[in-house]
Write a protein that binds this ligand. Structure first.
Ligand code: NAD
Length: 349
């Protein structure tokens, strides 16, 4: 199948691109190449005859129309988005533009394209929207998010993603446009831009800097390895039921501070410093409105499509630390572009 993947130069999108090509699909990678994009993430597949790249912003309707007309995709996997909570606190309008307006434009262009298709190409077409569990808000000490959990986004980022989910559902309901939605937990793994928790900890430790912990570090997240996620997404694309939502999680919840300590222990072995890396842990002001706990019940995906996460968290963290140690040149390239991992997202009075 020929899949149009938006955001394919980012962290999760590039994992999906690599996996889709490995599975024998053709891929059109549409990406605006914002600060978090990196074409090195897809270097390994760039010369594959089934791969094409389009440097396009999803907010540019004419350019998106040209991409559909040129490549005639069989399906869309929509991952392009502004994705970092701390940046959303500082500049929410970029999130409103790309995540809400951009999704609406993509839906409209895709729908007009789909309406003109015929036969099996029309019947089999689908639009897969990739979203986050953060749309459900925050949990207390127990309970899990499921597909039935009411929406309760609390941050500019999660509100923009919730809006995009509503748009996709509305297009499905109103226009009978063939959509499917997934909401996943926190991803980790290779090629993640060093501003999210896990790569920030690893890269700052490797650079001998302090390791910031927001608040008391007791927040709980469910961690999903990006390769497990890519596998789940391609399964939902091919076998998921139209109009349905699937939650995707790693079945691996942990407090942030525990995750940081595990990473430090791996770094002590792989990149020893004079003292244990854990001594660099520094508690800093919490993120404004920081959600306390996320946890996903992914049993619908397991029951209906037979998918479960395969990578245990400890092994996944060890592999991820190893990847950043071995591929530090990838981080250096980002540093040379001026991204220094300093604190973002504090509300200024
Ligand atoms: P990322 O920031 O690494 O990548 C986003 C990609 O989208 C970048 O390559 C960027 O250039 C591109 N992009 C942004 N705005 C664009 C626009 N207007 N037009 C075209 N391209 C644009 O993000 P990620 O972590 O890979 O996240 C991918 C998707 O998964 C997002 O939709 C995000 O909301 C969702 N998600 C991520 C996580 C996570 O843990 N990272 C968890 C749940 C859901």
């Amino acid at each position: 199948m020929k899949i149009l993947i938006t955001g394919g130069a980012g962290f999760i999108g590039s994992a999906v691109v690599r996996r889709a090509i490995a599975d024998g699909h053709q891929v059109v990678n549409l990406d605006a190449l914002t600060y978090s994009a990196n074409l090195e993430n897809v270097e390994g597949v760039a010369s594959n005859p089934g791969y094409a790249f389009e440097h396009v912003d999803i907010c540019d309707r004419a350019a998106v129309e040209r991409v559909f007309a040129t490549h005639q995709p069989d399906a869309v996997m929509h991952l392009a988005a502004e994705s970092h909570n701390d940046r959303a606190i500082e500049g929410p309008l970029d999130f409103v533009k790309s995540n809400i307006l951009g999704t609406a434009i993509l839906l409209e262009v895709a729908r007009a394209y789909w309406l003109k298709l015929e036969g099996a190409k029309k019947d089999d077409f689908r639009f897969h929207h990739i979203s986050t569990d953060e749309v459900f808000g925050a949990l207390g000490e127990d309970g899990d998010f499921t597909e039935e959990t009411p929406y309760d986004p609390r941050s500019p980022y999660s509100a923009s993603k919730a809006s995009s989910d509503h748009l996709v559902r509305a297009w499905g309901h109103t226009y009978k446009f063939p959509v499917v939605i997934t909401n996943c937990s926190n991803n980790y793994g290779p090629y993640q831009f060093p501003e999210k928790l896990i790569p920030t900890v690893i890269t700052r430790a490797l650079e001998g800097k302090t390791i910031p912990v927001y608040g008391d570090g007791r927040q709980v997240r469910d961690w999903l390895h990006v390769d497990d996620h890519a596998e789940a997404l391609l399964l939902v694309l091919s076998k998921g039921k139209l109009g349905e939502t699937y939650c995707i999680g790693g079945d691996a919840t942990k407090r942030n501070l525990e995750v940081i300590k595990i990473i430090c222990a791996h770094l002590d072995k792989m990149a020893p410093a004079n003292t244990s890396h854990a001594e660099k842990i520094t508690f800093v002001t919490d993120r404004p409105g920081h959600d306390f706990r996320y946890s996903i019940d992914a049993s619908k995906l397991e029951r209906e499509l037979g998918w479960t996460a395969r990578m245990p968290l400890d092994a996944g963290l060890e592999d991820t630390v190893r990847w950043y140690v071995d591929n530090y040149a990838w981080v250096e390239g980002i540093r040379q572009r001026g991204f220094d991992s300093e604190r973002l997202g504090l509300v200024k009075a």
